[in-house]
Design a protein around this ligand. Sequence first.
Ligand code: UD1
Length: 336
Amino acid sequence: MNILVTGGAGYIGSHTCVELLNAGHEVIVFDNFCNSSPESVKRVQQISGRQVSLVKGDIRNRDQLESVLREFKCDAVIHFAGLKAVGESVEKPLMYYDNNVVGTVRLLEAMEATGVKTIVFSSSATVYGDPQYLPLDEAHPLSASNPYGRSKIVIEDMLRDYYRAHPDWKIALLRYFNPVGAHESGLIGEDPNGIPNNLMPFVAQVAIGRREKLNIWGGDYATPDGTGVRDFIHVVDLAHGHVAALQALTTPQCFSVNLGTGIGYSVLDVVKAYEKACGKTLPYTIADRRPGDIASCYADPAQAREKLGWEARLGLDAMCADSWRWQQKNPNGFVG
Ligand code: UD1
């Protein structure tokens, strides 16, 4: 199939492009590079030995999307493009609604105009809010405490509404848990702008010497060691989940599915595993809780197994080893 990948130059997008190419699909990346680099697309080509078509553009530009969908005779869209920093979304809510929600409206309009009726959307476990029970299954109620999370819920609702009106569409909403790690080649990985918000990229920068120490946000949670527990999932497993979702969309349907491992690891578990991977002691201090954080979050991955025939295969050691390889080979990310 010819697949338009919005946000295909980004962290999860680039890893998914590799697996789409490996599965024999043609890939057209559409990206405005606001939080990514065209270099990642070159690296995707290097890893796969295949060509990728690259279009610089903004998903809010419906006309451009329409002409790209036509020109490349796209059969399906995998929609990663969006903003994802929780703190920034609180400060700039309109920017988040504009990029994430309005951008998706424009994309759906362009798809409607060109007759492309298959879409895989990047949702997030953030749509479950503070868990009422664990593990989180897809029936758990949705809630959000910040504009980023709310933008994901709005888009999910919009896609469900759209499907009700257009039952001939094929729609998959993939709820990611905590994507970490990098491609085993060390050629692509996560390259955050500025100070990383997320745990593993921060730990990686401590290990390489770019940051002095890790602040662990809270040591008094009701978890086995007091630090937060998350369902970390290797980004390559996540990428395979997208290929599986596309394959599962053989008939019209709209479903949401968790992409997680089902295993919760604490922040301290991650620090220990990373120390093993990099062979160094990583300095940290226990600091105050980060506002908006939850104690524990992990998936019930049963539905992904049933619906997609997919399950995560790579464990925490591989996540840390692959992150460390990427960090060592690219100490300053793609630009360095
Ligand atoms: C965060 C977002 C979530 C988003 C996801 C993916 C928040 C509150 N949630 O999830 O909406 O979908 O990223 O981008 O921002 N930690 C530290 N020190 C650090 C960084 C993190 O101790 O420097 C801890 C956190 O307190 C948490 C765990 O590590 O317990 C994971 O944090 P993080 O990687 O930011 O992911 P989430 O908060 O789960």
